[in-house]
Each structure stands twice: as C-alpha cells, then as structure tokens.
Design a protein around this ligand. Structure first.
Ligand SMILES: C[S@@+](CC[C@H](N)C(=O)[O-])C[C@H]1O[C@@H](n2cnc3c(N)ncnc32)[C@H](O)[C@@H]1O
Length: 274
C-alpha cells in the first residue's frame, strides 16, 4: 500500500520530476501592466514549487510579492496566498490581477472548489511581525538582488527608460534594493527571514530565489551567504538551480577580462525544524 502523502497532493511521477536539482524555465513574454516591474518571476514556475511544498487549501506567504506572481500561482493551485509589497503601485497591480482572476468561473459540476482567498498587504516586510498574520504553511520569495538594478546592463536600462518603465523598484529608503552597503542589506534580509521563521508552522519550508551579484569587478556571493546565514536557524535542505537559456549574451569584458553572463538563479530550500 502507498504511504500517506503528508507533504503535497502530487502523484509519484510529478514528485520525482521535481526532485531534479536544476531546471530550465524561460519566462513567457509579459503583458504591459507586468512589464512595469523590473524583475518578476514566472507564475508557472512558482506554481510548481507551491504544489510541491503544500497541499490544497494551505497558506503561502510571499513577503516581497511585487506584482503578485505568487498569488496568481496560489489561485491556480487552490492555495491561500498572502503577499506583502512595499511599493503601493506594484501592490495595486497585484490586487487588480487577483480581482480579474476571481471573476466567476464557468460552472463545473463536481469540479474545483471555489478559489481560496488571496490577500495583498501594502507594507514593509521588516514589520511582518506587526501585521497580525496567521500561521504559514510555506513561504516562497525573491528579494531584491541587493542594489543590482542600479547597475543592470546599460542597454536593458536604457530600453526600459525609453519605454517609461521602472528601472528600480522605488526611491524609498525602506526598499531593500536601495541599501548601498552590502552587509547592511544582508542583515536586513536575514532579519525578514527570521520573522518568517516565527510565522511558519513547524516542519514548513521556505524557498528563496536569488542570485549571486557582481559589482565593481567582483562577485558578492549573496545566494551562498544567505544559505549559510539562514542555515543558522533553518535547516538548509538544498538548492535547485533555475537556468534561463533564452537570454541575449552580452560581450562583457570582451578581449580584456573574464565576466560571465549569469543566466541562472538559486532556489534555496530551507525547512523550519521545530
Ligand atoms: C525581486 S522583486 C519580487 C518580484 C516578485 N516575485 C514578482 O514576481 O513580481 C522584489 C520586490 O521586493 C519589494 N521590496 C523591497 N523592499 C521591500 C520591503 N522592505 N518590504 C516589502 N517589499 C519590499 C520590491 O518593491 C520588489 O517588488
């Protein structure tokens, strides 16, 4: 007899497929309202994580939800999502996306349950403990990659500027992407994940999607440092590497220096022990 599945609702085939330590996911083209945000992750990709780490009806938190990809994925997967976002404009886009999804669905006799509720809170994730949030079954999030948006490839930034799109998240001093000092940024981020730890139920998982960052000709190992630092109070379970193979290659350092085109992100998986 098959043992009871205590983690998710997946069949063995999908369970095993998810266990591979790397995957290729090329984000589909974005609609106009979503282009506004400089760095969102694909809903289809987040949904795979949510469906692995939770069961239907459970509660998922994204403390830096941007334009709401995690909540759209929660809706599609039948989970309850809570998203926190500092930038009121992005939070508003997230709300509009959810409202559009919550339109009455065609009647399906014996079909899906009504979609569980999705919630967007406009606020500072550093104050997670003051928001009266319920216990969380899973957290998935992608923080600002330090102040990387301020130095992204000149061409990309120029194109976004020409189209009148945001090149950074905001000018707010509360925005983690505006902290110039690397170790202060890291400290603030670790502080947020400490608060997430308090909210998570025992044995729940946290996935942080992040990249190592290059600045001034050297690499700042943000992903590795988060693995180490969060491993002090979570169990660092492993990494899944998200590769993108549809990105244009830029000739950084051509003929004088080694500068890679970094087209992979780390999805770091942690577990709260008790
Ligand atoms: C990498 S983006 C997340 C994108 C999101 N996963 C999506 O798909 O739209 C990081 C987000 O963190 C937000 N942010 C920065 N500082 C924050 C803070 N102190 N509290 C809450 N959100 C913050 C930014 O506005 C930005 O939308």
């Amino acid at each position: 007899m098959r043992p009871e599945n205590r983690l998710n609702d997946l069949e063995p085939k999908r369970w095993i497929r998810f266990q591979k330590s790397w995957f290729v996911h090329n984000p589909p083209a974005r609609s106009e309202d979503l282009l506004l945000h400089p760095a969102k992750f694909p809903e289809t990709m987040v949904q795979e994580f949510i469906e692995f780490f939770t069961k239907r009806g459970q509660v998922v938190l994204d403390p830096m939800v941007g334009t709401g990809s995690t909540l759209v994925a929660c809706h599609r997967a039948g989970r309850r999502g809570i998203g926190i976002e500092l930038n009121a404009r992005y939070a508003q886009v997230a709300r509009q996306r959810i409202d559009a999804l919550a339109m009455p669905m065609p009647f399906e006799p014996g079909g899906l349950d009504p979609a569980p509720e999705q919630v967007v809170v406009t606020g500072d994730a550093r104050k997670l403990d003051e928001m009266g949030l319920p216990q969380i079954d899973y957290c998935i999030t992608s923080p600002p990659y330090w102040d990387m948006l301020k130095r992204k490839g000149f061409e990309t930034q120029r194109r976004r500027k020409d189209l009148n799109l945001d090149v950074t998240y905001s000018d707010s001093p509360q925005d983690l992407g505006n902290i110039a000092e690397y170790y202060r940024f890291l400290e603030e981020l670790v502080g947020i994940y400490r608060k997430v730890h308090t909210l998570l139920r025992p044995r729940a998982y946290l996935t942080v999607i992040v990249k190592n960052v290059k600045k001034g000709g050297k690499m700042y190992p943000l992903a590795w440092e988060l693995g180490k630092r969060l491993g002090d109070f979570y169990v660092l379970k492993d990494e899944k590497i998200w590769c993108q193979d549809n990105q244009v290659l830029a000739p950084y350092g051509m003929f004088y220096s080694w500068v890679s085109n970094t087209h992979h992100h780390y999805c770091l998986n942690f577990q709260k022990e008790r």
